[in-house]
Design a binder for this molecule. Structure first.
Ligand code: PRT
Ligand code: MG
Length: 212
């Protein structure tokens, strides 16, 4: 592909980068450096006009919202917590899939007044229990939610589950499904207008890469 304007694509290291690379490769876009080895945060690609910006997964929507990157790839979990302001989310890339679940000690009750729920996913958790009409106390954590019920910080957790091995290793089990999660292609709204021709071609090619 050839682009008329410069395009910055925000990606996070780990599973999102790993799963997005094969899609971008189908468009003929490849990084020059390996981000797992390089300490560079802005990576050149084989295309003069295209750069990858390596960002913490939870910060990707913020960089794209403010136009510091034109395009990004972010999990639905991260997008729900961010709120999606200033972004278009036109394409589900169907990568980095997992489920957002309520989990807890084996056999733990989901009922009860004022259950304490530890989670990084405060908005999604609040919306889930509100929809059931259940009063809960949400405790915000930034990681290792599995620990919370083990030491009495919370009754339950809301976390992402893929294989379930992390829960099992800590004597916990998935109790209730909240949402299916995958990563989305996101665009800055101003870039969508200003770089319309390039963005439209990029999006169409990515859609084809996902479906093909
Ligand atoms: O790790 P860091 O704090 O830097 O950021 P991050 O955790 O947000 O980034 P990363 O790269 O770990 O995740 C990026 C995105 O991948 C997330 O936003 C999700 O949309 C998606 N994804 C898919 C997952 C998982 N699967 C997943 N299994 N993100 C996290 N996990 C974690 C989960 O939280 C739990 O701790 O892996 C553990 C569970 O895995 P299983 O297989 O043991 O169930
Ligand atoms: Mg992680």
């Amino acid at each position: 592909m050839k682009f008329e304007t410069s395009l910055k694509i925000a990606l996070s290291k780990g599973r999102i980068f790993k799963d997005t690379l094969p899609l971008l490769a189908r468009l003929g876009i490849e990084p020059v450096d390996d981000p797992e080895k390089s300490r560079k945060l802005i990576l050149d690609t084989n295309l003069e006009q295209v750069k990858f910006v390596m960002i913490r997964a939870t910060d990707v929507p913020t960089y794209v919202q403010w136009g510091a990157a034109d395009i990004g790839v972010a999990g639905k979990d991260v997008l729900v917590e961010h709120g999606g302001e200033g972004l278009y989310q036109p394409l589900d890339l169907r990568i980095a899939r997992c489920r957002l679940m309520v989990a807890g000690p084996a056999g733990a009750s989901l009922q009860g007044d004022r259950l304490r729920i530890a989670t990084k996913y405060v908005k999604a958790a609040r919306a889930h229990f509100a929809a059931k009409g259940q009063q809960v106390e949400i405790i915000k954590l930034y990681g290792s939610m599995e620990l919370a019920p083990l030491v009495g910080l919370s009754d339950l957790i809301v976390d992402l589950v893929e294989s379930g091995n992390t829960l099992k290793a800590n004597g916990l089990e998935p109790l209730e499904h909240i949402d299916d999660i995958s990563s989305r292609l996101i665009f800055n709204k101003a870039a969508w207008k200003m770089k319309h021709a390039d963005i439209t071609r990029f999006l169409a090619a990515m859609r084809e890469a996902v479906e093909g």
